[in-house]
Write a protein that binds this ligand. Structure first.
Ligand code: SAH
Length: 397
């Protein structure tokens, strides 16, 4: 028999979201806690009347005080994680079959593994452990990923800022095997280089895979601007579809260097059609406008300006500014693929911001498409927070 777990009782009337299978318990909804569970320890969550609701990981320093591992009775142990991870990896099989060797294997809460992210780039798996519970089960999670993938190397990139909210220090390490040099994955016939040790997040934006295809398919013969290009995901996708020219802008010199190296590696792509500019996008859009530049296709994929709803007002000004200048730079009949990965801004608000930008730019434009994260980044119906990436395809009249 496993030892009895510490019981966390929810305040009367505060059990609704758990009953709807939302996996977070906020500190304000807690009535009582038995003892002082350690960081990451498994606790049993009960309703005020004692009815068992879930088994969860305790996060003593976070406002999200507990994250649910299971709503059904279960033993939370190494084999529990092996099963969950095997299931998550199996759900991606179809994607790997169509020649993409970069895939998100585990997508946190939406794969019933709060705080656990794992991305695969060819033979390499990169894992992020972002919550106290994920940290406590680190060895079991890494072992399970190794068993489910037979990866040549597993890299831990537990250096995201959110770890601080959980009271966890950053950690970056090669935790299994040896890292191939360089790390490469394939997508639609393109080879992309990934800096898994120093790049952003796990090294690449796999969530934009479908959108790279949609944007790339509009690039033939076009003058393209890729703002916030990072390591050139959209740039290479556009060149592969025969864009006339792609101007790519980012403020990160290492990201641009890797983008250039990725392009050089793909012998079929014409590197002379690519121009890389290391600059602040806010200033560069104005400079391009002053220089009389014009583009048929513009991609705007900025960093998260609003991590939560509290940052929304300031973020809205930033989104409006870049969209306004992009709309001015667009030739009539041209397309703007504009994104927001801010959790604090939903698609309705984002559309309003872009509409405001068009109004101020004195541009008539329509929404001709919507973007979301690729299917390997699922959004559990009980976890709407999982829907962070949204985008609009805009056509300028
Ligand atoms: N579109 C990219 C991902 C963009 S991530 C892709 O598909 O891979 C956001 C990028 O914006 C990062 O590369 C970061 O270096 C860059 N960045 C952040 N602030 C910036 C600014 N003010 N000007 C230019 N680049 C910026």
């Amino acid at each position: 028999m496993p030892a009895r777990l510490p019981v966390v009782r929810v305040k009367p009337g505060r059990d609704r979201s758990l009953r709807q299978r939302h996996p977070w318990l906020f500190s304000g909804a807690i009535g009582s806690v038995e003892g002082a569970p350690a960081s990451g320890a498994t606790v049993e969550i009960r309703a005020a009347d004692g009815e068992p609701l879930a088994l969860a990981a305790w996060s003593p320093s976070s406002q999200i005080r507990a994250r649910v591992w299971s709503f059904a009775p279960a033993s939370i142990d190494a084999s529990f994680f092996a099963t969950c991870i095997r299931r998550a990896v199996a759900a991606r099989t179809g994607l790997q079959d169509v020649g993409h060797t970069g895939v998100r294997l585990v997508h946190g809460e939406s794969d019933a593994l709060p705080g656990v992210i794992a991305d695969r780039y060819g033979d390499v798996v990169v894992v992020q452990l972002l919550s106290a519970g994920a940290e406590a089960w680190r060895d079991a999670i890494v072992d399970a990923l190794a068993a489910a993938t037979s990866a040549r190397a597993i890299v831990e990139r537990s250096d995201a800022d959110v770890r601080a909210l959980e009271g966890l220090a950053p950690r970056v390490a090669i935790v299994r095997g040896t890292l191939p040099e360089p790390v490469v994955f394939r997508e639609r016939g393109i080879e992309y280089l990934v800096d898994v040790l120093h790049g952003q997040k796990t090294g690449f934006y796999l969530d934009q895979r479908d959108n790279r295809r949609i944007v790339g398919d509009r690039a033939r013969g076009r003058q393209v601007l890729n703002a916030f290009c990072y390591t050139g995901g959209f740039t290479l996708a556009c060149l592969a579809q025969n864009a006339a020219r792609v101007v790519s802008v980012d403020s990160s010199a290492p990201a641009l260097e890797l983008a250039r190296a990725s392009l050089a590696r793909n012998a079929t792509l014409d590197a002379s059609r690519a121009e890389w500019i290391e600059a602040d996008v806010f200033a560069e859009l104005r400079r391009l406008r002053d220089a009389g530049a014009s583009f048929d296709l513009i991609v705007l994929d900025p960093p998260k300006f609003a991590p939560t709803a509290q940052h929304a007002a300031r973020a809205a000004r930033a989104y409006k500014d870049i969209n306004l200048w992009a709309l001015r730079l667009l030739a009539p009949g041209g397309h703007l693929a504009t994104f927001s990965c801010s959790g604090g801004i939903d698609v309705a608000l984002f559309r309003k911001i872009v509409a405001g930008a068009a109004l101020d730019a004195r541009v008539d434009a329509s929404v001709v498409g919507h973007f979301a994260a690729s299917a390997d980044h699922p959004v559990a119906l009980s976890f709407p927070e999982g829907e962070y990436l949204k985008g609009l395809l805009i056509r300028k009249t």
